[in-house]
Design a protein around this ligand. Structure first.
Ligand SMILES: Cc1cc2nc3c(=O)[nH]c(=O)nc-3n(C[C@H](O)[C@H](O)[C@H](O)COP(=O)(O)O)c2cc1C
Length: 365
């Protein structure tokens, strides 16, 4: 029998802590309904916005693999490969808000016990953009969304007032949260970019301004690889490419470090962990660093025959977590959440063979 997997996170009841992240698996009503049928505890919708969106005239995502024999990373098909990462330069949803709203309402009515989180995005620096945030928030909550996730982290935006380009600017984070919390009364999750050195201060600003949770990581800004024979990038349009986002196993360790940084700075606050989760072991690692909720994208997209929503993956995740809780005698993930927190220390706090080392500083006499 499955051990009780339900969790309370940001005041919401999840039947299990596994959520499909904002991305192609959650880009349509059809896919979200299929995901809930498969057993996902929640979904964060593909990001919804009000500005014009047109994707590049070519593939938007590639899946990169590596092998034991000549273990280079490539999207090229080779025998006996394993997944390394996804790379994408896909923009936010091109489905307009007006079409999303009836879909969101139907999804929530069909699966009232599953958490439906709308990811939204607008710009910054003007009242007009704050109105856009307010409009998106009010509309999504009005049709029954349980929470909102503010996308402040998309790594490939031309607009300098959006996504990762706002680079965790604390004033912008505060102004957006102020706008959104003034019109809705649901938990607000804030998805920050991992690619700044000011992540902890940005998280502080978000929590102080009313965020219920920090979601991270979004994909890491990165370039696709060039093939030495053809001189082509593995994804390009007319020979051109731009910075896109790396996801999947390749970002796991970096994502964990970001989650740990925030979790140690704010042990009482909520974190939704994202980045490279492929199965229970990766999810476990996010939980011991303090995450109370897990989001998954690349691994679901990679599962063949699942329509990109990870049908087998969610079964495995729930079965493996349940078996682990049972075997260890834990009532829920809360019993081991944050277990690694106090074991992450400054380099100099890790024992040396002698007692003389002072973190690279000369010891005063
Ligand atoms: C093709 C693709 C599209 C994505 N679109 C969005 C998006 O619209 N909004 C967003 O917040 N994150 C988006 N993401 C980022 C994912 O939600 C997630 O943060 C990231 O992929 C890391 O998780 P993973 O390692 O499980 O893939 C996208 C990722 C991919 C691969």
């Amino acid at each position: 029998m499955q051990k009780e997997l339900s969790t309370e996170f940001t005041g919401l009841k999840f039947v299990n802590p596994f959520v499909l992240a904002s991305a192609p698996p959650t880009e349509s009503k059809r896919k979200i309904l299929k995901a809930f049928e498969a057993g996902w505890g929640g979904v964060v919708t593909k990001t919804i916005g009000l500005h014009p969106v047109e994707n590049v005239a070519g593939p938007k995502t590639i899946f990169q693999r590596t092998s034991e024999e000549k273990p280079y990373v490539s999207r090229n098909k080779r025998a006996d490969t394993v997944s390394h990462s996804s790379w994408n330069w896909e923009l936010i949803s091109d489905q307009p808000l007006e079409l999303w709203l009836p879909d969101l309402e139907e999804i929530k009515t069909t699966y009232p016990d599953r958490m439906l989180i709308a990811s939204i995005m607008a710009g910054a620096g003007s009242e007009e953009e704050m109105d856009n945030w307010r409009k998106l928030a009010t509309a999504c909550v009005g049709v029954g969304c349980d929470a909102l996730e503010l996308n402040l982290s998309c790594p490939h935006m031309d607009r300098k007032d959006m996504g990762a380009n706002v680079a965790n600017d604390e004033d912008i984070i505060r102004s957006i949260l102020q706008a959104v919390t003034s019109v809705v009364d649901v938990p607000i999750w804030v998805k920050l970019t991992p690619s700044t050195s000011t992540l902890v201060s940005a998280a502080a600003a978000a929590y102080e301004a009313g965020a219920s949770c920090i979601s991270l990581c979004n994909t890491f800004p990165s370039l696709p690889l060039m093939d030495p024979e053809t001189m082509k990038f593995e994804v390009e349009v007319d020979g051109l490419v731009t910075s896109g986002g790396l996801g999947g196993l390749a970002i796991l360790h970096q994502a964990l470090q970001r989650v740990s940084d925030i979790s140690r700075a704010f042990p009482d606050k909520s974190i939704s962990g994202i980045g490279g989760i492929k199965g229970f072991r990766e999810a476990f690692n996010f939980i011991v660093h303090g995450a109370g909720n897990l989001q998954i994208c690349t691994a679901a997209m990679e599962e063949k025959g699942s329509g990109g929503v990870g049908v087998k993956l969610i079964q495995e995740l729930t079965e493996d977590l349940s078996e682990y809780l049972q075997r260890k005698g834990y009532a829920s993930i809360e019993e081991f959440r944050g277990a690694a927190r106090e074991r992450i220390v400054e380099h100099s706090q890790v024992r040396r063979k002698s007692d003389d080392y002072n973190g690279g500083y000369a010891k005063s006499a």
